[in-house]
Design a protein around this ligand. Structure first.
Ligand code: ADP
Length: 458
């Protein structure tokens, strides 16, 4: 099977339904948390009728992880009656999901039930909008998101019934690049690589990461929307395959304070419409073009504005500790892993900027869309790039700081004129409410930590 962003045309799907090799189609939207939500269609009904559109409750773009009906959203509420959205299958995204027998998948755009206009705070719509802005400037964005995660000995069910206590990773040693240890996890990772590849997702590799039970998946860079689709589907496949084998896997950025966190670095480069690397100039410093300098200066200037989309939950901020490769400063560097933004492939056509800030819980559509919006603003403002940082950036005193907790990130999000211009006030206010809700819940709930610390000694 050839690898492309689309592994199956609608006609191919119909043929597979006719010959009986496909009986189920997953019809999915991407929610605020970056999860696939939708319905499992009988394939015959999908190809005969539901391919055009189907419906879902409009709370799907306003819940939290627990599917709670959160108050305070303008777009969706009890007062508004929680009506429907249209789920409009994007037929260019049909693909097999080979880890699920007889099953294909399609991703949907989310439309207003009455006007059929795209819902502005839908993650795919937000990314589409920034891609269109970039196209108007004569560029297209190529991105790659790395995925880090931990496997555990027990199953999801066992761990949930144990109340998420005594979590044992699947291995007992740091397995960074370690072939011996990752051989022992091949029964999990080999199906991940092969099934995703056969789903049309161009997997590059998996590798052990720098903790017990930690792994990384790399997928070849692609245009921004495909990249976000790949990330989302890969995450689902990793969870499904772990479940099939009786193990749990987590994308929580920091499941234990003594363990390394999990990130999702975002590689980004711009290309011209005729396929030339717009970030590359052999005569520029480090091989960087002027437009790359402006774009990266935008990423740095607006890093606080977009922080929320790289770290959307309370837990996301537990990753940012000195000496952990999780950056905290708004500086860039040349191939230095302690900086928030690392220049990779300098002096070559593969030149790109890697944003190292995001955690493994980010929603790739939102994270990439807001990275692009910051970079676009940098180009529009013709910003000039500050000098790169050298050495250990954690101790760089004059460097700008990223917001280091959800409360501060939410303030930066709310106050961002750049984001309001790029996405509209309603969209910014929608996500500011999502952040506020996470804080309200965290403030309300008594944690294990508080009880253990204070129970006897308070
Ligand atoms: P690392 O050592 O950080 O893992 P890799 O060379 O493996 O670096 O590349 C990391 C990611 O960067 C891969 O997913 C790769 O496809 C992607 N990448 C390579 N070139 C580009 C580019 N020009 N633009 C965006 N991403 C790219």
């Amino acid at each position: 099977m050839s690898v492309s962003s689309r592994s199956l045309s609608f006609e191919d799907l119909k043929a597979r339904v006719d010959d009986g090799s496909v009986d189920t189609v997953l019809v999915c939207l991407v929610d605020m948390q970056g999860r696939l939500m939708g319905k499992r269609f009988h394939a015959r009904h999908f190809v005969d009728s539901a391919w055009d559109e189907t419906h879902c409750c409009n709370y799907l773009l306003a819940t939290d992880f627990e599917m709670y009906t959160v108050s305070g959203y303008k777009a969706t509420s009890w007062e508004g009656g929680y009506g429907d959205y249209v789920m409009k299958p994007d037929l260019a995204t049909i693909r097999m999901t080979p880890w699920l027998e007889g099953t294909a998948m399609v991703l949907c755009d989310v439309l207003d039930h009455h006007t059929h206009e795209e819902i502005a705070h839908s993650p795919r719509a937000m990314l589409k909008k920034q891609v269109a802005r970039l196209n108007k400037l004569g560029f297209k964005a190529m991105t790659a998101t790395e995925l880090e995660f931990f496997y555990f000995e027990k199953s999801f069910d066992e761990i949930r019934k144990d109340k998420y206590r005594d979590l044992e990773p699947i291995s007992g040693t740091n397995q960074d690049y370690n072939i011996q240890q990752t051989t022992r996890e091949e029964y999990l990772l080999r199906p991940v690589r092969n099934h995703l590849y056969n789903a049309g997702i161009p997997v590059e590799n998996t590798k052990g990461e720098a903790e017990t039970g930690q792994e990384e998946l790399n997928i070849r860079y692609a245009d921004a929307m495909d990249c976000a689709d790949y990330h989302t589907i890969a995450k689902q496949a990793i969870k499904d395959i772990a479940w099939q084998q009786g193990h749990a896997v987590t994308f929580l950025p920091k499941w234990h304070h003594e363990k390394v966190g999990s990130s999702s670095h975002i590689h980004q480069s711009l290309w011209t419409e005729d396929g030339k690397p717009a970030f590359y100039d052999p005569d520029g410093r480090f091989g960087m073009s002027e437009v790359m300098g402006q774009y990266v200066a935008g990423l740095l200037k607006y890093a606080p504005d977009v922080m929320y989309f790289l770290a959307p939950y309370v837990n996301s901020y537990k990753r940012f500790q000195k000496g952990t490769f999780a950056p905290t400063k708004t500086v860039w560097s040349v191939d230095n892993r302690t900086a928030g933004f690392r220049l990779c492939g300098d002096g070559t056509k593969a030149i790109r900027m890697e944003c190292r800030v995001g955690g493994s819980d980010l929603n790739p559509y939102l994270a990439i869309a807001t990275q692009l919006s910051a970079g676009i603003k940098g180009i529009e403002e013709k910003l000039s790039l500050p000098e790169p940082q050298e050495g250990d950036v954690y101790s760089a005193e004059d460097a700008g700081e990223m917001p280091m907790n959800l409360r501060d990130a939410r303030e930066c999000l709310k106050a961002s004129a750049m984001l309001r211009e790029a996405f509209g006030d309603d969209v910014v206010d929608h996500y500011a409410r999502a952040a506020e809700w996470e804080l309200e819940e965290f403030d309300r709930i008594v944690t294990d930590y508080e009880v253990a610390r204070g129970f006897e000694r308070a």
